[in-house]
Ligand binder design. Structure first.
Ligand SMILES: [Fe+2]
Length: 797
């Protein structure tokens, strides 16, 4: 298992800027840290082998290591306030539990807190919980071992909305708890018939307690969790908490709840049932009489600031006490509430029906570790891919070594290279810690083999708290729609072999290209998706040629437009990938380290969105495939995702267009009949993993040239689901491998206005072939011819 992990505060930096690194040494061991330039990450002995270069820097030294944990699980934090230390009280809300008893794999989840001012260590305070039998209960804590629990005695059902409340009157000792299902045609995961007879899940408790009010504690008021320790040494500040005037220390939380909450409220008095009904009838306190308003000390309105997006982590308290809260670990906002009718499919159109927040016990927005060291980027450091290399006790084996990759951009006023390589950092984030090797049976079927488990995978398996990526689902069955890079991303590492490939995937595979560019002597500048998001076409316009790595699948609207505008303004664009620019992706408006993706109900996808949840919280716009928002990848690449087979790769054959005078210059030195790329480090071929095709209907320009097509793909290659409407025997477009004419990668080239051009190689294993035979091969030759031609000023042939 990996003994050292880490992350940095940013992906990319320019000379003169500073990068902070956060390191966890699992067993508090010391470690050597160095800065290295990453050149080739593939350890395959059939290729050039692993290459990195040590950079002399001020951080090269032994560092004292310490264990740093991640506290995952989303919740709402309301700072401690004397007003919450009540004797008599009422708590109420709507809830929609998604793991009331067990998770989707049948594993018991244990106690979960809905609303709490609860000190779990000292057992003081009070809270509304789901107990380990899946029943709603009120807890009043008088100190260690002196806890009273009052349960409804009825189990809560998964994916059903409930109206819940509890009250306690210290003068009379009267206790009241109830859970009432609230199911409409549309709001729940089941119809009313499933709840027949309702008594199975409708429950209440009436009783008396003579032990007095809850013991006072210094815990914050939490929703979807309770407090294990009220101080953690970790703070909410800046970024997606930029509305806070000063840093807020958060607790270490426990009793993490999975599911939705809506209209949570607390009063400092035991209310009558009709008063509770009044409280729950409004988002805040807008409909209730003044004397009732006086006793309400918290009425959090989850609708309050969800326009024009639902990205804010600020949780507004509408009560007279104004005790606003913060959403920690990014609970999902803008999701359908208890009153969702389906008349509106977006929280912008019907915000009154989107007043719920969904909490997941595995989500992570930021590890919030202590800074271990800082690196000031020297003025002389050239643009490239770098990493902080960490080695426990200077040991070099894979269990004791980790890398934290980052990207150095050229200085703002530096003379720019002619070539720009865009690093697909959004995609690295989307795939973060997918841990498919251990958790995905489908991944093993797609790849046709048993995965090679690495120390990184074992660590993720042991400590599930490292947060997930958009290729997995939470334990309550919901797709992971938000990924953060403010935590170790253990599959974004040099030397890492990814389950979805016979060898490499994502960052490590992109290093195949970085290495080749250096071997060929090209001067290249590196930028990231986030830089593109921030600077748009102005960034790209500085370059004669802009190039992708092997799988830029996730792009933002700003990125898509910048690439389109670059192509229109005479830029020359090389897409060395497949399945690129595919999913609608959004960065958090206040924090570019956070990515959101909603996987819609169409597309080749790891999960399907739930009803009414189509719109991104981060920008309020529809999520899913870019195609559904009129931006098919084909419109800026000339090719469209067609097939994938994550095993053996194949080769291309030239087609007649390649002999035309506009195109033949690219094939100088390559015979018409020779197979192109029947070799390589990814599946032994240049056409593999995922493939794109020429398709006029999807948006390939009418004057595009089809230069080459791949052939000979085996039956592990399957069609993409978005091309399939009916699964029918004999439908060749559903067929696998060679039996389906769409199982092919097409190399497509076309010119754009102002002497611009686009070339798409349409395969994810293309770049893995560049180094074959000591870089002397026809893939390398074709790439070099294209780059050299694209770098020349003036019109293309
Ligand atoms: Fe992908």
């Amino acid at each position: 298992m990996l003994r050292i992990t880490g992350y940095s505060d940013k992906f990319s930096a320019r000379p003169g800027e500073e990068i902070s690194f956060y390191v966890n040494s699992e067993f508090d061991e010391q470690y050597q840290a160095d800065i290295v330039r990453l050149i080739h990450g593939d350890t395959n002995p059939d290729g050039p082998g692993y290459k990195e270069e040590l950079i002399h820097s001020n951080i090269s030294d032994m560092h004292a290591g310490k264990n740093q944990q991640i506290y995952g699980g989303s919740y709402i934090f309301v700072p401690n306030n004397e007003l919450f230390n009540v004797n008599s009280f009422t708590l109420c809300a709507y809830i929609y539990p998604t793991t009331p008893y067990v998770d989707v794999e049948g594993v018991e989840v244990g106690e979960q807190a809905i609303l709490s001012k609860w000190d779990a260590e000292n057992e003081t305070g009070y809270g509304l919980f789901i107990n380990s039998d899946g029943e709603l209960c009120l807890r009043i804590g008088h100190g260690k071992g002196k806890v009273e629990e009052f349960s409804t005695g009825k189990p809560l059902y998964r994916k059903v909305w409930y109206k819940i409340a509890a009250s306690f009157d210290v003068n009379t000792g009267k206790v009241f708890v109830f859970q009432t299902p609230y199911v409409t045609h549309t709001n729940s995961g089941h119809g009313m018939s499933m709840l027949h007879p309702q008594e199975d899940t409708l429950g209440s408790y009436h009783g008396t307690s003579l032990m007095g009010g809850p013991a006072v504690n210094d815990c914050p008021f939490l929703m979807a969790s309770s407090t294990l320790k009220s101080k953690s040494g970790r703070y909410l500040t800046g970024g997606h908490f930029n509305y806070l005037d000063d840093p807020h220390e958060i607790p270490i939380h426990t009793h993490k709840y999975n599911g939705k909450i809506e209209r949570p409220k607390i009063a400092n008095k035991a209310l009558e049932l009709h008063e509770i009904e009044l409280l729950l009838s409004c988002q805040g306190i807008e409909n209730i009489p003044n004397e009732l308003k006086e006793v309400v000390i918290g009425a959090w309105n989850f609708n309050a600031n969800i326009t024009p997006n639902a990205a804010s982590t600020k949780i507004i308290d509408d009560s007279l006490c104004k005790m606003n809260g913060c959403g920690v670990n990014l609970p999902v906002r803008g999701v359908p509430g208890f009153n969702w009718s389906s008349d509106y499919m977006s929280f912008l159109h019907g915000p009154q029906e989107y007043g719920a927040i969904h909490f997941h016990d595995e989500s992570v927005d930021d590890a919030r570790w202590d800074v271990s060291f800082k690196f000031k980027v020297p003025e002389s450091l050239k643009s490239g891919v770098y990493a902080a290399r960490l080695r426990v006790n200077r040991l070099t084996d894979s269990e004791n070594e980790d890398y934290i990759p980052f990207f150095i951009r050229p200085a703002k006023d530096a003379k720019k290279a002619k070539l720009c390589l865009l690093m697909a950092t959004n995609s690295y984030m989307a795939y973060a810690n997918d841990n498919l090797s251990v958790n995905s049976a489908v991944a093993q079927l797609l790849t046709g083999r048993v995965p090679l488990i690495q120390p990184n995978d074992l660590l993720l398996n042991e400590y599930k708290g490292y947060g997930l990526g958009t290729y997995t689902t939470y334990r309550d069955g919901w797709g992971v729609n938000i990924s953060s890079r403010l935590r170790p991303i253990l599959n974004m590492r040099p030397k890492y072999i990814h389950i979805l490939s016979p060898s490499l995937w994502q960052l490590n595979a992109d290093l195949h290209f970085v290495d080749w560019l250096y071997e060929m002597g090209y001067d290249v500048d590196i930028h990231t998706d986030e830089d593109l998001q921030n600077e748009g076409v102005e960034l790209l316009k500085q370059y004669q040629v802009v190039m992708t790595g092997h799988h830029p699948e996730y792009i933002t609207e700003q990125g898509w437009h910048a690439i389109h505008d670059y192509q229109m303004q005479g830029g020359r664009f090389m897409y060395n990938a497949a399945n690129g620019f595919y999913w609608i992706s959004t960065l958090h408006p206040d924090n570019g380290n956070l990515l959101e993706v909603r996987k819609g109900d169409n597309g080749t996808r790891a999960w399907t969105i739930n009803p009414g949840e189509y719109c991104n919280a981060f920008d309020g716009k529809h999520g899913g495939l870019w195609r559904v928002r009129g931006r098919d990848m084909c419109k800026i690449l000339g090719v469209s995702f067609t097939s994938f087979g994550l095993t053996y790769s194949s080769y291309y054959k030239r087609s007649p267009d390649s002999e035309l005078k506009e195109c033949s210059w690219m094939f100088e030195g390559i015979g018409y009949d020779e197979p192109i790329g029947d070799f390589g480090l990814i599946g032994d071929g240049a056409a593999g993993l995922e493939l794109d095709r020429y398709d006029l209907e999807k948006g390939t320009p009418h004057r595009a040239f089809a230069l080459a097509n791949s052939e000979g793909h085996n039956d592990m290659f399957v069609t993409v689901t978005e091309d399939s409407t009916f699964n029918a025997r004999g439908n060749i477009l559903n067929g696998t491998g060679e039996s389906n004419p769409n199982t092919r990668a097409d190399i497509v080239y076309y010119k754009t206005p102002n002497d611009g051009a686009v070339i798409s190689f349409s395969s994810m294993s293309w770049l893995g072939s560049l180094s074959h035979n000591n870089y002397e091969n026809n893939v390398s030759k074709l790439m070099k011819n294209v780059i050299d031609g694209f770098m020349k000023d003036g019109p293309l042939p």
